[in-house]
Design a protein around this ligand. Structure first.
Ligand code: KG4
Ligand code: ZN
Length: 353
């Protein structure tokens, strides 16, 4: 069963065809990231306009790459939320229109949960995808870490999960993006900090790890402020010094050490909680999902810790993509979820797990 997945929740327009929830036949991604770089973050109006321009060619290319015609497609799955309203609208209205004119069942998908399902893809005729050999088994412990979300969840079925913890303030990816701005590194901050950190000493500065009442909850806002104060101190200024001027005064070494120390503290915090949950729940699989899951320091540290049954998918399937939406659509169908009415599927920008 081949499902077309469409994703437009933020700045990536993506479409993909996935067979039986595990074989990746195509994954086309057009990103408007370069247009946002000068602004230091995603500009919603620019993102929405780019989706309008890209959505039709991206869908056509996804079908072409998969060697599919519309007759081969059994259903359409589309991100309904969470995300930017204007961006979501483009994907949802495109999917609704296609579902009506091509007469296909339509599924509205939760983007955050779908990040987890990217890990179920285990084979592909496409080159350049390093996929896990085995799909996750339930119960599966999932660390979902993206620009908008930081969740630890225990899935005991495709559609059943328990949320163990979430962030009480900034998402971890958001913290990477904000700290990158302070250090004068380009958007998106995650890959920029990871690159900068390579030349830095991760133990050069001691930064705080938040202690929270609920042991599986996260907080990254204090870490971001601690980094800001540290950078101000390093250049000999007090807390009144504007954050956007700091990077002009940092030496190369200070910038690299700050990036490496921040990355270590943020990622170690994620790993501490993941390990705690692994001990408590003894899951059959552990999956890392979302844009931050492509972080190399996170992957290497986890690999060295030899956490059992951990699944690592290709970094291209960690950041936003249509494939994870197609897999989520397949599982929705598998568990007997009824398709939605294509005349009435609405976006849900504030959708939460
Ligand atoms: O999942 P995603 O593509 O979009 C959302 O659903 O938010 O995640 C984007 C986030 C951004 O905050 C970006 O800075 C972060 O993932 N990110 C990374 C890396 N690559 C992307 N964070 C740390 N290290 C990376 N290599
Ligand atoms: Zn995402």
């Amino acid at each position: 069963m081949k499902i077309l997945g469409i994703e437009t929740s933020c700045d990536e327009t993506s479409a993909s065809v996935v067979e039986d929830g595990r074989i990746l036949l195509s994954n086309v991604i057009a990103s408007s990231m370069d247009l946002h770089k000068t602004y230091g973050g995603v500009v919603p109006e620019i993102a929405a306009r780019s989706h309008i321009e890209s959505v039709t060619p991206v869908i056509n290319q996804a079908l072409l790459d998969a060697n599919c015609g519309w007759d081969d497609i059994s259903a359409i799955a589309v991100t309904k939320g969470p995300g930017l309203g204007g961006s979501l609208l483009v994907g949802v209205l495109s999917a609704r229109t296609l579902a009506i004119i091509k007469n296909k069942p339509l599924y509205g998908i939760d983007h955050v949960k779908a990040h987890v399902f990217a890990n179920f893809i285990t084979s592909s005729p496409l080159k350049n995808y390093k996929l896990p050999q085995f799909a996750p088994k339930f119960p599966a412990l999932a660390l979902i870490v993206s620009g908008g979300h930081t969740q630890l969840a225990l899935f005991d079925a495709y559609s059943r999960y328990k949320l163990l913890g979430t962030t009480t303030d900034d998402a971890v990816g958001e913290a990477f993006d904000k700290v990158a701005k302070i250090l004068g590194l380009e958007y998106p901050g995650g890959p920029s900090i990871a690159k900068e950190a390579v030349a830095g000493n991760p133990t050069a500065y001691k930064l705080p790890k938040a202690k929270l009442k609920d042991k599986y909850d996260f907080s990254f806002s204090g870490l971001k402020t601690a980094l800001l104060r540290l950078a101000q101190k390093e250049i000999g200024e007090d807390f009144n010094f504007p954050s956007h001027q700091i990077h002009h005064r940092l030496t190369k070494k200070q910038r690299a050490d700050l990036a490496a120390s921040f990355q270590k503290t943020a990622i170690d915090t994620l790993i501490d909680k993941l390990m705690l949950a692994q001990k408590e729940f003894s899951p059959k699989s552990i999956v890392i999902a979302g844009g931050v899951a492509s972080n190399q320091y996170l992957r290497t540290t986890l690999e060295n810790l030899k956490l059992p049954f951990t699944i690592y998918t290709d970094p291209k399937l960690c950041t936003d993509n249509g494939a994870m939406i197609a897999v989520a659509g397949f599982f929705a169908h598998q568990v007997g979820q009824t398709a939605v009415d294509p005349y009435s599927l609405e976006i849900d920008p504030g959708l939460s797990m």
